[in-house]
Design a protein around this ligand. Structure first.
Ligand SMILES: Cc1cc2nc3c(=O)[nH]c(=O)nc-3n(C[C@H](O)[C@H](O)[C@H](O)COP(=O)(O)OP(=O)(O)OC[C@H]3O[C@@H](n4cnc5c(N)ncnc54)[C@H](O)[C@@H]3O)c2cc1C
Length: 373
């Protein structure tokens, strides 16, 4: 049956304002100026972990704080809006940890979750390959069963965080392709320090080392690091996407530009500038409600449709902001807070509609969920 789109309003939990004030005070004290949330700082992550702000929704038994996903939302939106350097633990907090909670063994949870929550264990996601991005069912990385474990061979690409992370969750083919091309995949937790792993840097447009090519040559992975049942990786992967697609990182990365544009135009905006400021505020507010609604739903289900909508609308909004600011107030060279924010955003924004699923792929998924194709 076709799914219906629903964004139930989300009530801000009691105590959220105090929590928000605590996070702001922490950021004012601990964050260096001029950082972006895609930067990594082990030290910053460890300090956040000590405050109980990583793995917040996980059970206390596994290092979490048993708090609600909306409390986590408050912490995360403050960190991203401020450009705090959280990427070392970001993938693990957002995605790998919840995946381990849902599909991992107790031994895996005991080993990884408390370390992630302390800000001492980073993860990367090994899905994309040189010839398989949107069409992940075409991946060729293979895991072959051997005595006491598996041997993995293949190449992953665009792997964010692998230059600092200790582990990567790798999607592999474990059975030959049959009639159902989505059957026969499994996920493995690979220690990036293992023999046979090579992490080759790829620089982004801004010249930063942010993602990588990860070559796996006959890498041994013990049985105990298989994540979930053999050949059932596809379903796990789909459930992971709701965590990846709906968070405030999907619409707040242009916030710095919005703020500096408002400061730049001051109290005498032209009519077009005033209209843009109004549009920015209303879009941000709406996206925030939609994204917070998904955070609320994540507590008890996996809202892939709504998450895809947030990602599609949020990232297109971010790109439109850059275009609108540039056309109203061009900044050909660095030299002011506004010019720096605009130039950084120009370098950063082309990626946002690609990572985590392109618009075409998101809309295909939405159409499928809605029974339109
Ligand atoms: C900044 C950044 C970080 C990333 N981090 C990671 C990471 O940590 N781990 C990871 O595994 N991957 C990562 N990726 C990879 C990302 O997931 C892929 O780039 C993305 O899925 C698209 O795949 P592709 O680049 O192979 O493009 P392709 O799949 O080749 O797509 C090319 C174009 O064709 C279109 N297209 C493809 N198939 C269809 C279709 N069926 N219908 C209509 N149009 C279609 C696409 O929309 C796109 O416009 C990252 C990418 C970026 C930009």
């Amino acid at each position: 049956m076709a799914a219906a789109i629903a964004f139930p309003p989300c009530l801000v939990p009691a105590g959220a304002n105090e929590l928000r004030a605590d996070v702001r005070a922490f950021i004012a004290q601990e964050k260096a100026p001029g950082t972006h949330y895609t930067e990594s700082s082990r030290e910053f992550s460890r300090k956040l972990g000590a405050r109980g702000w990583i793995g917040m929704t996980w059970p206390k038994r596994w290092g979490g704080a048993d708090r609600t996903s909306l409390e986590r939302y408050v912490v995360v939106e403050e960190l991203i809006a401020a450009g705090a350097p959280i990427f070392y633990h970001w993938v693990a907090d957002r995605q790998s940890g919840p995946l381990l909670l849902r599909f991992g063994t107790d031994e895996q949870r005991d080993r990884f979750l408390p370390a992630i929550a302390r800000g001492e264990c980073g993860f990367a996601i090994g899905l994309s390959e040189p010839n398989a991005g949107s069409d992940l069912a075409a991946i060729t990385t293979r895991a072959v069963r051997i005595d006491k474990g598996w041997r993995i061979t293949g190449t992953k690409i665009w792997t964010s965080n692998a230059q600092v992370a200790e582990f990567m969750i790798v999607l592999c083919r474990t059975s030959p392709r049959g009639n159902d091309r989505r059957h026969g995949f499994s996920q493995f937790i690979v220690d990036l320090g293992s023999s046979g792993v090579r992490v080759n840097p790829i620089k982004n447009m801004a010249g930063q080392r942010e993602f990588n090519e990860v070559v796996l040559e006959e890498v041994f992975v013990p049985d105990k690091l298989l994540l979930g049942p053999v050949d059932q990786g596809w379903g796990q992967l789909i459930s992971e996407l709701a965590f990846e697609r709906s968070g405030p990182d999907r619409f707040l990365s242009a916030l710095q530009l919005c703020r500096s544009f408002i400061e730049e135009v001051g109290d005498a905006p032209t009519e077009a500038e005033a209209v843009l400021i109004g549009r920015m505020a209303t879009h941000l507010w709406t996206l925030r409600h939609m994204s917070a609604s998904v955070a609320g739903m994540l507590q008890h289900k996996s809202p892939e449709l709504e998450a895809a909508i947030v990602k599609d609308l949020g990232t297109r909004f971010e790109q439109q902001i850059v275009e609108s600011c540039r056309s109203l107030r061009p900044a050909p060279a660095r030299g002011s807070a506004y010019a720096d924010a605009l130039i950084d955003a120009q370098l950063y924004m082309p990626r946002v509609t690609i990572q985590g699923g392109t618009p075409q792929i998101l809309r295909n998924a939405m159409a499928r969920e809605l029974g339109l194709r």
